[in-house]
Design a protein around this ligand. Structure first.
Ligand SMILES: NC(=O)c1ccc[n+]([C@@H]2O[C@H](COP(=O)([O-])OP(=O)(O)OC[C@H]3O[C@@H](n4cnc5c(N)ncnc54)[C@H](OP(=O)(O)O)[C@@H]3O)[C@@H](O)[C@H]2O)c1
Length: 258
């Protein structure tokens, strides 16, 4: 990426939550390829997070990526995540991408959903997104292309059976982010959601039968599952100066399935 281009993230510091695996991993690699310094957040997969960081750091003398363990549903750990970013790169954070999330792989109907599973879904997906957005809004540097991007889900629009608590937890984030974008008036910080459809990751395959996977492929006009690299460039665009005019939006990235 040419330095000085509106698509460059040179000298920007980005935190990507849930970047040890799946969509978050692809986003971290993509933002790094655009020049950003990246914090690879995870909650338990430290070896996988280390691999992502070493892939980014390969061949460079100064580290462009670090890893930071933090459970995003814990306010103290979210604060420490921002502290780690600031101290590693000696700069305020510019970009938050909140990709960490959970999905109940039992796909229960609303009337079968246990309170524990409901609470766990909302703890990570909604409370976690709120805590990350709150910290980002308070700590992202103003007046230089600050960005808040939350991964939500096209299930908010498809209202698919078995996804009640999950889709509701993401719908709450979409509303929160749209309001946050307005509240950030005057800061130059934009806030958006990227809402993928089915993407081939551990989250997607966990608990699904072959028939369920086939049904997801058939529901998509393009006749395939999404790949993590279908999503990462959209986040990269929103994170860049070129994406400034997209603000307060939910961008569905799903091959046309809803
Ligand atoms: N895949 C899809 O079909 C799809 C579709 C629509 C939306 N999405 C959304 O896209 C995002 C990424 O999904 P994915 O498919 O990449 O999921 P994934 O493959 O299951 O990866 C989840 C990531 O989130 C991290 N994580 C989970 N709980 C966390 C917590 N409490 N604190 C910090 N990190 C946590 C995991 O860390 P560890 O590795 O340490 O466990 C992992 O890095 C999620 O928000 C998901 O809801 C996914």
């Amino acid at each position: 990426m040419a330095e000085g281009s509106k698509h460059s993230l040179q000298d920007r510091v980005a935190i990507v939550t849930g970047a040890s695996r799946g969509i978050g991993r692809a986003i971290a690699l993509h933002l790094a390829s655009m020049g950003a310094k990246v914090v690879i957040n995870y909650t338990s997969s430290s070896a996988q997070a280390d691999l992502v960081a070493s892939q980014i750091n390969a061949g460079s003398s100064v580290p462009q990526a670090i890893t930071a363990r933090a459970n995003i549903s814990d306010p103290a750990q979210v604060k420490s995540l921002f502290d780690a970013a600031e101290s590693a790169f000696n700069s305020p954070v510019d970009i938050l991408v909140n990709s960490a999330g959970v999905l109940d792989s039992k796909f229960p109907n609303v009337f079968n959903t246990t309170i524990e599973d409901f609470d766990n879904t909302f703890n990570v997906n909604t409370r976690g997104a709120f805590l990350c957005c709150k910290e980002a809004a308070n700590r992202i540097k103003q007046g230089r292309g600050g960005r808040i991007i939350c991964l939500t889900s096209s299930t908010v629009a498809s209202s698919k059976e078995g996804y009640g608590a999950y889709a509701a937890s993401k719908a709450a984030v979409e509303t929160l982010v749209k309001i946050l974008a307005k509240e950030l008036k005057g800061t130059g910080i934009t806030a958006n959601c990227v809402a993928p459809g089915p993407v081939a990751t551990e989250m997607f395959f966990s608990g699904k039968t072959e028939e369920m996977v086939k049904a997801a492929v058939e529901a998509c006009p393009l006749g395939r599952l999404g790949e993590t690299d279908d999503v990462a460039p959209v986040v990269g665009f929103l994170a860049s100066d070129a994406g400034e005019w997209v603000n307060g939006q939910v961008i569905r990235v799903n091959g046309g399935y809803v």
